[in-house]
Design a protein around this ligand. Structure first.
Ligand code: 13P
Length: 251
């Protein structure tokens, strides 16, 4: 059975002290309930070690928001998958649309990052999603399928089993414009169909596919009630414990 996950992506927000305070708050609130999903805190690199030390509720783990596409060496400013792993993080968010758009990440570099993440025992939360013009041109299914094929279909079925996918339509990120539950379900079903063609029914059924893009306490329940929507990747609403907990409680 695939797992449900609610993952926060803090992006480039919160100082170390603010991040620790938020992690503490989320941790104590989660400890007080029995969440029906796994919870992941996607923090800046600088915060990971302290956040890992701060959280001890059974279902919480920590993610980096990126890792390098090189093993080690003279790559000033980069952080390797091995370094991320050594902090105690279990997950790494890869291929976020902001990284694709602002830092020129391509399927080729994402393929390398995915391989290094897996080789170092990290679980990738791999993001895909179309921009508005692509949806309006009716190309959204093809765009998303292509992103998955190019960066991930070199993986064996066993390796692919470690991937969490996050469908994040770019037009819904930070805009307050959520995909409707029907739009999310439609895309997630197409993605699962593609995985079935490539890897068979078992791998497809076991793959957790998250929705991201203006997901909040008000719409999470409807989104998560769809058969192929297994949770959310949450930006803005993950920055306040109360909002994030309300989304976790939507399961
Ligand atoms: P928002 O929830 O702020 O729209 O961000 C979504 C996102 O990009 C998560 O990775």
């Amino acid at each position: 059975m695939r797992k449900n996950i609610v993952a926060g992506n803090w992006k480039m927000n919160l100082t170390l002290q603010e991040g620790i305070a938020l992690a503490k708050d989320v941790n104590s609130r989660v400890s007080a309930i029995s969440p029906k999903c796994e919870i992941v805190l996607g923090t800046p690199f600088t915060h990971i070690t302290e956040v890992v030390k701060t959280v001890d509720a059974p279902k919480i783990s920590v993610a980096a928001q990126n890792c390098a596409n090189k093993v080690s060496g003279a790559y000033t400013g980069e952080v390797s998958a091995a370094m991320v792993k050594s902090t105690g993080a279990q997950y790494v968010i890869l291929g976020h649309s902001e990284r694709r758009a602002y830092y020129g990440e391509t399927s080729e570099t994402l393929k390398e990052k995915t391989d290094l993440a897996l080789a170092n025992g990290l679980l990738p939360i791999f993001c895909i999603g179309e921009v508005l013009e692509e949806r309006e041109a009716g190309k959204h299914f093809d765009v998303v399928k292509q992103q998955i094929k190019e960066a991930l279909f070199h993986l064996s079925a066993e390796a692919f089993g470690k991937i969490v996918l996050a469908y994040e339509p770019v037009w819904a990120i930070g805009t307050g414009k959520t995909a409707s539950a029907a739009q999310a379900q439609e895309m997630h079903a197409v993605i699962r169909g593609l995985l079935k063609e490539q890897y068979g029914a078992e791998v497809a059924d076991n793959c957790t596919i998250l929705y991201g893009g203006s997901c909040n306490a008000g719409n999470a329940k409807e989104l998560f009630s769809n058969p192929d929507v297994d949770g959310g990747l949450i930006g803005g609403a993950s920055l306040k414990a109360e909002d994030f907990l309300a989304i976790i409680s939507a399961f």
